[in-house]
Design a protein around this ligand. Structure first.
Ligand code: GTP
Ligand code: MG
Length: 240
């Protein structure tokens, strides 16, 4: 029977079990204990981000449900979330030239937990952003408004890095979460841009870069047109 208590590790059927942490001279461990410790540490580390995400997801879903109830209007089209994979955390550590300790990673990599809130209209993007960030247990670390100032390639979204408290059995911790707010048109552009241009990374050919920017302008025009139509039909109770 396999051991699930965590305190005893059976090595092979013929050898006696030893407590975790004990080093038995001459015994070859099936899985080195320091690797097991490291794995547990990384798992716990990522779990904190999973919990942070859940807290922010709950906040967003409460806002959505309350909005629906109070205003008979749902400003959110969809919400997606992810905790970065270990590979992609390691990639970023390498790119940023960080040291491999958890405190540094915690402080320097602010998008390990990421939530994307896709709203119906630009007005909803800012409204949701304000409703989330003004909550008194949320600490805003930084905001990048790529809607007011789109990136060179045409990318638009409103990014907020926030800290949210999570209550563990060992006490309260603050977890950093990146929240991206955008409209469906912005999301459409960003998703496909990522798919089409991912392999080029920084060196997208100039002609394609221009076309990409044109597509972003088209998406923005569509956003504006749909929002105007919505306002004309629904007036004050809408996204404005
Ligand atoms: P990263 O190291 O990529 O996280 O960038 P950063 O720390 O400079 O932050 P920034 O706010 O610029 O971008 C964070 C995230 O926004 C990215 O991980 C993407 O999810 C998204 N993003 C930013 N720029 C682009 C873009 O040009 N295209 C697409 N598709 N997504 C982008
Ligand atoms: Mg990122």
């Amino acid at each position: 029977m396999s051991d699930t208590s965590g305190s005893i590790v059976p090595l092979t059927p013929n050898l006696p079990a030893v407590p975790v942490g004990a080093v038995t001279p001459g015994v070859v461990e099936p899985f080195p204990l320091h690797l097991r410790d490291l794995r547990d540490q990384v798992q716990r580390f990522l779990l904190e981000y999973e919990f942070g995400l859940r807290e922010v997801e709950t906040k967003i879903s409460i806002l959505r449900d309350e909005f629906q109830e109070m205003h008979e209007y749902n400003p959110i089209e969809h919400v997606t979330s992810r905790v970065k994979s270990i590979d992609s955390v390691l990639d970023k550590i390498r790119r940023k030239g960080l040291t491999l300790d958890l405190a540094t990673i915690r402080a320097e990599i602010t998008d390990i937990a990421g939530l994307r809130v896709t709203c119906s209209f630009a007005g909803d993007v800012y409204r949701l952003f304000v409703l989330l960030t003004r909550q008194d247990d949320i600490r805003v670390i930084s905001v990048k408004d790529y809607i007011a100032e789109p990136k060179e390639n045409g990318y638009k979204s409103l990014h907020a890095i926030v800290e949210v408290p999570v209550f563990l059995s060992s006490g309260r911790i603050e977890v950093t979460v990146e929240v991206q707010f955008r409209t469906i048109a912005m999301d459409f552009w960003a998703s496909l841009e990522h798919k089409i241009f991912y392999k080029y990374r920084e060196q997208v050919p100039a002609g394609l870069r221009e076309e990409l920017k044109d597509a972003a302008t088209t998406a923005a025009a569509l956003d504006a047109q749909m929002e105007r139509l919505h306002r004309e039909l629904h007036g004050g109770q809408s996204s404005g």
